[in-house]
Design a protein around this ligand. Sequence first.
Ligand code: NAD
Length: 260
Amino acid sequence: MFEKFLAGKTAVVTGSNSGIGLGVAHQLAKAGADLVLNSFTDRDEDHALAAELAETHGVSVRYIKADMSKGDECRALIEQAGRCDILVNNAGIQHVAPIPDFPAEKWDAIIAINMSSAFHTTAAALPMMRKAGWGRVVNIASAHGLTASPFKSAYVAAKHGVVGLTKVTALETAEEKITSNAICPGYVLTPLVEAQIPDTMKEYNLSRDEVVRDVLLKRQPSKEFATVDEIGDTAVFLCSDAAAQITGTTISVDGGWTAL
Ligand code: NAD
């Protein structure tokens, strides 16, 4: 989509050994950015994935293990990266239950991983961006950062929180060459969404196709999943000069969900 205009920049993408994070990493690397991939595991396949991206895109790629549920590890990720021109806060988990039954430890984990991690990484990354005189914060929020669904209390609260943090970050950096924005995807077919299908099939006694169309994509008017590449290209656009004055806002990639 874009020339290699991000050559010389380093992008740190949290939660990037799978799904949207990996898709965003691919598109940023395609545009020339060096990468730091992350998750909470430290498997051979995590490091192999980094080598594969480096080989595919001809950029430098490191994998750094850090658990985004822990504030000190979020900050250590950025410190170990050593440089962070582009910060993509993507790590996220989901749990679905009515509020009275929602396990408190799941609430705490979702708030920590989906929201507080972005505060910690941003706090560590802004001084580096200021030193470099340029920076981009791209938070992967959700249509659930703008609207709600029942049974997703922690997720919806965390994603609304991320949208708020995105705006504050934009205001605190408004006079610098740093922007902060949130991408709000609708449903994207990734392992996180895939994992919700079997339970929903059982709960409503539906086929896989029925779950996809009538449950998952019920609120997505296009009736199509967004792709990880589309989310990645939106992130690349936010890193471009064309987006220099786009800050403190959200971009929906949701097939019309939030237009309803
Ligand atoms: P996914 O499960 O494929 O990926 C989640 C990533 O986060 C993985 O790399 C995982 O290893 C990582 N992760 C989980 N816990 C972590 C932790 N404690 N520390 C570090 N990394 C951790 O899910 P996805 O669908 O790609 O979701 C990525 C982001 O996009 C999430 O923030 C999610 O809320 C958001 N999102 C997804 C959709 C969708 O439809 N898939 C829609 C809107 C927003």
